[in-house]
Design a protein around this ligand. Structure first.
Ligand code: SF4
Length: 431
C-alpha cells in the first residue's frame, strides 16, 4: 500500500448531522495543519426526493448501513422544496445532485444542503455557475465537480489544450478521453479559482475500470483536491462489485482516493456495504462488527459449511459490534493454519464442530448446535472485550488436531490415511 496522497481538506455537514471530512494532509489557507480523514463511503438514493417520507426512510436505511454521506437528485423544484424538510429529518450530510438547472443548486443551498454535486459543463451560462459558487462560498458548502465520461462536453475554444494533452496521452488506449477530462477540469477549476473558491472535490468516473484507474491517476498528479472515486454504471451488484473493486482497489492501494461511491443497479444498501467492506479489507477503515473468515470447502468437508457460513454471517451482523475475527472452517486439516489470528473459530468434521476461543477449545457440539454455540461464544467474547478482560487478536490460534476417535471420528482417520501421516504427527497451525 502506498501512503495516502495529501490533499486540501473539505468538510461537509453541520452540528446536527455531524461533520464529515474528505481528504487532507495539506495545510489550510490560513496555514493550519490538517490530517487526512479516513476514506468515506457515499451512496445515492434511488427514489423520488419529493416523496419526503420515502426519501427520509431510504436515507435512514442507508445511514444505518454505514453511509457517511448520502446524495439525492433534485431535478425539479418540488425536489428542492422537499429537501428543506428532509435535511431536518436525517442524521447524515446530504449532497444535492444538480444537472442543467443552476436554480436547483441555489434552491438546495437555501434548503440547507451540505454539498453540491455540479457538472459546470451542463450549465451553459458561466454567470449562473458563478452564482452557485458564490452562494456556496457564503455558506461554506463544498462542491464536487464531475468530469465523468458520460457528461463531458467538448468546447471549441479548448481545442489547442486538448490537442496538447491528446499528444501527451497518445500511448494510452483512452488517451483522447483522458485529454478531454483534464482539459475540462482545468477549464472548470479556472472558474472556481477566479472566485477564490477551493472547497472542491473532483470525480472522473467511467464505466471502464482501466479508464477509471488511468483518469484518477493522472488527475491525482495534477490537482490537490480530494478525489471522489467511482466506476459509473457498473451494472448490477453481482458483476459491478468486481468492476468497482478492481478499479477502486487499484487506486486506493496507490494512495489515491478520499471518498468512494460504488454504483449498482441494485439496492443502494449494497453500495454502502460493499464500499465499507472494500475499505475494511484494505485496512483503510476500522471495521465495525465481526470479520468473517471461512474456508471455500472442498472434498474433505463433512458438514453443510456453505449454509453454516451464511447463517453465521447473518447472526453476527446484528449482534456483534466489535471487530472480532471469526473463522468457520470445514475441517481440521488446513483450517487451523488458515484461521490463524481468529479470535473465535469453529472447525467442522464428521457432523460436529469444535469451537475455539483465542486458541482454547471451549466446545465440541453436533452440527445442529454449531450456529447457536458459536454465536453464544462470540457474544461472551465480545462482552469480555468490552469489559477490557481480553484484547482482540491477543492470542494466536494454537490448535493441535484433536484425537480422531474422541473428537471428530472416522472422517479424520480417513483424511490422515490419505495424507500418509498419522494424526499424532500432524500438528497443524502451531505457533
Ligand atoms: S479447511 Fe478443510 S474443508 Fe475447508 S477448504 Fe481447507 S481443507 Fe477443505
Amino acid at each position: 500500500m502506498q501512503k495516502r496522497r495529501l490533499t486540501r481538506q473539505v468538510t461537509l455537514g453541520d452540528a446536527r448531522v455531524g461533520f464529515v471530512k474528505l481528504g487532507g494532509g495539506l495545510p489550510r489557507a490560513d496555514g493550519t495543519a490538517t490530517t487526512p480523514a479516513p476514506v468515506s463511503v457515499q451512496t445515492m438514493t434511488t427514489g423520488f426526493t419529493y416523496d419526503i417520507d420515502k426519501c427520509v426512510a431510504e436515507i435512514n436505511r442507508l445511514t444505518a448501513a454505514g453511509a457517511d454521506v448520502v446524495r439525492v437528485a433534485v431535478p425539479e423544484k418540488k425536489d428542492t422544496e422537499a429537501l428543506k424538510q428532509i435535511i431536518q429529518m436525517v442524521k447524515v450530510p446530504i449532497v444535492a445532485d444538480v444537472h442543467f438547472h443552476f436554480q436547483r443548486a441555489l434552491e438546495s443551498i437555501e434548503a440547507g444542503v451540505h454539498k453540491i454535486r455540479l457538472n459546470p459543463g451542463n450549465i451553459q451560462d458561466r454567470k449562473q455557475v458563478i452564482d452557485v459558487i458564490q452562494a456556496c462560498k457564503a455558506r461554506n458548502i463544498p462542491i464536487r465537480i464531475g468530469v465523468n465520461e458520460g457528461s463531458i462536453i467538448e468546447r471549441k475554444d479548448k481545442q489547442k489544450r486538448l490537442k496538447e494533452l491528446g499528444a501527451f496521452f497518445s500511448e494510452s488506449k483512452k488517451g483522447y478521453l483522458l485529454a478531454i477530462m483534464i482539459t475540462k477540469l482545468e477549464e472548470y477549476l479556472d472558474i472556481f479559482y477566479e472566485q477564490d473558491f477551493y472547497d472542491i472535490t473532483i470525480s472522473a468516473k467511467s464505466m471502464d475500470a482501466p479508464t477509471v484507474v488511468e483518469a484518477y491517476t493522472e488527475i491525482s498528479k495534477r490537482f490537490d483536491h480530494p478525489l471522489h472515486l467511482g466506476v459509473t454504471h457498473a451494472g448490477p451488484k453481482e458483476t459491478g462489485c468486481i468492476r468497482s473493486a478492481a478499479a477502486l482497489g487499484a487506486l486506493l492501494a496507490n494512495g489515491i482516493g478520499d471518498t468512494i461511491r460504488i454504483s449498482y443497479a441494485s439496492d443502494s444498501k449494497y453500495e454502502v456495504e460493499d464500499g465499507l467492506e472494500l475499505l475494511y479489507s484494505m485496512g483503510l477503515r476500522e471495521r465495525k462488527g465481526a470479520e468473517l473468515i471461512a474456508c471455500p470447502t472442498c472434498g474433505r468437508i463433512q458438514v453443510d459449511l456453505i449454509s453454516l457460513v451464511q447463517d453465521v454471517r447473518k447472526k453476527l451482523e446484528g449482534q456483534i459490534t466489535v471487530p472480532i475475527k471469526v473463522a468457520v472452517m470445514g475441517c481440521i486439516v488446513n483450517g487451523p493454519g488458515e484461521a490463524e489470528g481468529a479470535d473465535v473459530a469453529v472447525f467442522a468434521g464428521d457432523r460436529r464442530g469444535i469451537i475455539y476461543v483465542q486458541g482454547e477449545k471451549v466446545a465440541n457440539v453436533p452440527e445442529a448446535d454449531i450456529l447457536e454455540k458459536l454465536l453464544s461464544e462470540c457474544l461472551a467474547f465480545q462482552d469480555r472485550v468490552i469489559k477490557g478482560e481480553v484484547k482482540l487478536g491477543e492470542k494466536k490460534v494454537e490448535i493441535i488436531p484433536p484425537d480422531p476417535i474422541g473428537e471428530i471420528g472416522s472422517g479424520w482417520e480417513a483424511m490422515a490415511g490419505k495424507m500418509k501421516a498419522s494424526p499424532a504427527e500432524l500438528t497443524v497451525g502451531r505457533t
